[in-house]
Design a protein around this ligand. Structure first.
Ligand SMILES: Nc1ncnc2c1ncn2[C@@H]1O[C@H](COP(=O)(O)OP(=O)(O)O)[C@@H](O)[C@H]1O
Ligand SMILES: O=C(CO)[C@@H](O)[C@H](O)COP(=O)(O)O
Length: 507
């Protein structure tokens, strides 16, 4: 039997899964790490924490599975997108990674737009300049930490730094590279024009592959540390959303998914490059060679619930520990008892600014309508509803762009919650399904590894064979009508507060 490993370097944790050649889970392991917020709106992680988590979870799955290392034919890497990892001439990490949800680079976005030109930037990179993307983070380091920029010899994305640790290769692939804002997204290669206009040396960047292509093999040193074989190939892999698309079978037009991870994403596959002229959703290359996708992003989706759990729901955490269950499951149970609309309490999930639809690094979270009758359970439901309204914003833009969505899947940590999935089905006005396999991005990149290792013929063919629909939430029409009204008020709140957010930044 052949085996494959999928690794997902998420924002909350690294999840490593060993599959057999029928995509059945043989062993899995996860390791969490911290997110640092040195200032309001900043977000950083330590690449050494990712490397440590990857090393120890690989060791665990290889030991647990007890399979011969030579039978592990391929490894796929998936990870949080956009994070900036800078290495010096000795391949040492220069500074902590500035990650996807960091909002410090508004000035650098203006600089990019001015230097490349707004129209040209969208023509080449398929997106307007955004604080989340890597290019503005590179410029921020150059503008604010010139001594660090001077030392930099290699620029890598989070999962590609891990690839370097595993194989010694400097490589990336088209789906993740799309989120750097340095790639010619229609042509699927680095843009000489953008790099020259921004004065970034192309030699700093890794080689670009398609997602299922082999980029290298496991190094002797990494094999020694983990119990892997030096014959095991590592494929390009994908950014976490493109990887989740493969893992949920979203590899043909008409299919879409909503993921509730730390961020929230509504993602639809497209056979051609489709761009929102207002730049509210991202257009990136996808993991299927020759195809693209569009996706709207809610910055603080699962992050909102995690923030609430860690900051305001210590009692839930303690009770869960006592009952030996997950605190999120306890929160889900409490939410099921709260009526629709959280007893007239609304939550705006802008804890880390917002991308879709506002593209606003200054906005922040709000509870609106708070009254003395409200309980903690009401607030938790409001958080889930607020995140879902934001995902509805993302979905509405895809509809507005004429992107076909005949089937909607749910995945990510929040996708495990039946009450949250029902909320999405009620808000979207369409059925929301889950996939029998829960491994999302890890399964997606294991499939890519299977294609690279020659075990599967193509990504769509493997998805057709292995991805099966599981549970379905149908829309409740009464609930849909209520949420349509709620969504109008939700949207109005941002418009009313827009100026106040700027005042808050200035304060
Ligand atoms: N059982 C659950 N019910 C609701 N939400 C959950 C549950 N489990 C996890 N979550 C949410 O999912 C988030 C983590 O999702 P995950 O996909 O693992 O994130 P990431 O890939 O960003 O590390 C948590 O922050 C939490 O908000
Ligand atoms: O910035 C984006 C997509 O553009 C995020 O989706 C990151 O890729 C982080 O993902 P999670 O940790 O939430 O999975």
């Amino acid at each position: 039997m052949n085996y494959l490993i999928g690794i997902d370097i998420g924002t909350s944790a690294t999840k490593t899964v060993l599959f057999d050649e029928n995509c059945q889970v043989i062993a899995s392991a996860a390791q969490e790490y911290d997110l640092y917020q040195p200032q309001n709106g900043w977000a950083e992680q330590n690449p050494a924490d990712w490397a440590d988590a990857v090393e120890s979870t690989i060791k665990t799955v290889v030991e647990k599975a007890g399979v011969a290392k030579e039978d592990i034919k391929g490894i796929g890497l998936s990870g949080q997108m956009h994070g900036l990892v800078m290495l010096d001439a000795d391949n040492s990490i220069i500074r902590p990674s500035i990650i996807w949800c960091d909002q410090r680079t508004a000035k650098e976005c203006a600089e990019i737009t001015e230097k490349v030109g707004a129209k040209r930037l969208i023509e080449i990179t398929a997106n307007p300049a955004l604080t989340g993307f890597t290019a503005s983070k590179i410029l921020w380091v150059r503008n604010n930490e010139p001594e660090n920029y001077k030392k930099c010899r290699h620029i890598l994305l989070p999962k590609d730094y891990i690839r370097f640790c595993m194989t010694g290769d400097y490589a990336t692939e088209v789906s993740d590279a799309s989120g750097m804002q340095l790639l010619d997204v229609p042509k699927r290669n680095w843009s000489k024009e953008v790099l020259e206009k921004l004065d970034i040396d192309m030699a700093l960047l890794p080689k670009v592959y398609e997602s299922p292509e082999v980029t290298g093999t496991i190094s002797e040193a990494f094999a020694q540390k983990t119990g892997l074989s030096t014959k095991t190939v590592v494929v390009g892999g994908a950014g976490d959303n493109a990887a989740a698309a493969v893992g949920t079978g979203i590899v043909v037009e008409g299919k879409a998914f909503t993921t509730i991870g730390t961020s929230g994403v509504v993602f639809a596959h497209t056979d051609n490059v489709k761009i929102d002229p207002k730049g509210r959703v991202h257009t990136f290359c996808c993991a299927v060679p020759g195809c693209w996708h569009v996706m709207g992003v809610t910055q603080a989706a699962g992050l909102s619930l995690k923030w609430f759990r860690d900051t305001l729901a210590e009692d839930y955490k303690q009770q869960a520990q006592k009952d030996n269950i997950d605190a999120y499951d306890l929160m889900n149970k409490a939410v099921e008892k709260v009526p629709l609309g959280s007893r007239k309490l609304l939550y705006l999930p802008y804890l880390m600014g917002e991308r879709t639809p506002h593209l606003d690094p200054d906005c922040r979270g709000v509870f609106f309508g708070l009254s003395a009758i409200h309980t903690k359970a009401d607030m938790i439901r409001a958080v889930m509803e607020g995140v879902s309204y934001s995902l509805k914003d993302c979905n509405s833009i895809l509809q507005e762009m004429g992107v076909k969505v005949n089937e909607m899947m749910a995945c990510g940590g929040g996708g495990k919650s039946p009450v949250w999935r029902q909320m999405l089905a009620d808000m979207y006005g369409c059925a929301v399904k889950t996939i029998a396999a829960q491994e999302g991005p890890a399964l997606g990149v294991a499939i890519l590894a299977g294609v690279g290792a020659g075990i599967f013929n193509s990504v769509p063919e493997a998805c057709e064979r292995f991805i099966q629909t599981d549970k379905i939430c149908q829309t409740n029409t009464e609930n849909h009508a209520y949420y349509e009204k709620g969504h109008k008020l939700y949207k109005k709140l941002y418009i009313q507060l827009k100026e106040c957010y700027q005042d808050l930044t200035q304060l």
